[in-house]
Design a protein around this ligand. Structure first.
Ligand SMILES: Nc1ncnc2c1ncn2[C@@H]1O[C@H](COP(=O)(O)OP(=O)(O)OP(=O)(O)O)[C@@H](O)[C@H]1O
Length: 227
């Protein structure tokens, strides 16, 4: 098996292809991420970080270049395999947690498992509770997401991202909306998951204090990786 979970070779991305407004926002990105690595992606606003994360998360496609996940070239995979990879290999945490506010913490964490045939329904609730315990929210499993603090909601989002035991978690400004103390706690939680279960993380952040506590920092400027 390849030692890297992720490899990008000369990845370019243009929006509005073929239109007069066509703009290339990623110009030949080369990047590798090892199994178990915790990488920070920094760079000015508009430099292309979210675009890059969307491509790695298989939510968008590069205009050219190669993307390999666990050694497999995405260009060789069909829609079913890509959907499977997106659901089982990659977990997502966003700045705005995107929880369902009228659902409890437990129900939110159960969602990805309910959508998957691989789980027996009897196991799903117990696994959601274990994940909530892992993020320090065992007492809040039955609380409505709406009634939790921003930091607690983001912990629920981390638990949900871990529901399918992903190899890689993509986190786009997960602490951007939080006060310093909650941001620190959510970051430490992800770091702990990374250390304990070897899950790789790709963290987009504007917070240099957090970036410095990652294994490696990559800077994107004007759609290119700055050496
Ligand atoms: N769907 C789209 N259509 C056209 N242009 C887009 C689209 N999405 C992003 N862009 C442009 O691509 C460039 C990179 O945007 P992106 O969101 O990737 O930057 P970013 O580094 O994540 O910024 P931020 O730190 O502010 O989130 C920007 O100029 C943006 O306007």
């Amino acid at each position: 098996m390849a030692s890297e979970i992720l490899r990008l070779e000369n990845v370019c991305k243009a929006y509005n292809v073929g239109l007069p407004t066509e703009t290339e926002v990623l110009h030949g990105i080369d990047l590798e991420l090892d199994h178990g690595e915790f990488l920070a992606l920094i760079g000015p606003s508009g430099s292309g970080k979210s675009t890059l994360l969307n491509i790695v998360g298989l939510l968008d496609q590069p205009t050219s270049g190669r993307l390999l996940i666990k050694g497999r070239d995405i260009a060789d995979l069909g829609d079913t395999e890509i959907t499977h990879l997106r659901g089982h290999t990659i977990g997502f945490v966003f700045q705005y947690h995107l929880l369902i506010s009228a659902f409890t913490a437990r129900e939110n964490v159960m969602m990805p498992m309910l959508a998957d045939r691989g789980f027996a329904s009897a196991d799903i609730e117990a696994r959601a509770d274990r994940l909530l315990a892992q993020v320090g929210l065992e007492k809040f499993a039955g609380n409505l997401a709406n009634n939790m603090s921003g930091g607690q909601q983001q912990r629920v989002a981390v638990a949900r991202a871990l529901a399918m035991s992903p190899d890689l978690v993509l986190a786009d400004e997960p602490t951007g909306n939080l006060d310093t103390k909650s941001a620190d706690a959510v970051f430490e939680l992800m770091r702990q998951v990374n250390r304990e279960s070897g899950t790789s993380f790709l963290l987009v952040t504007h917070n240099m204090d957090l970036a410095r506590r990652c294994d490696r920092i990559i800077e994107v400027v004007d759609g290119r990786i700055r050496a």
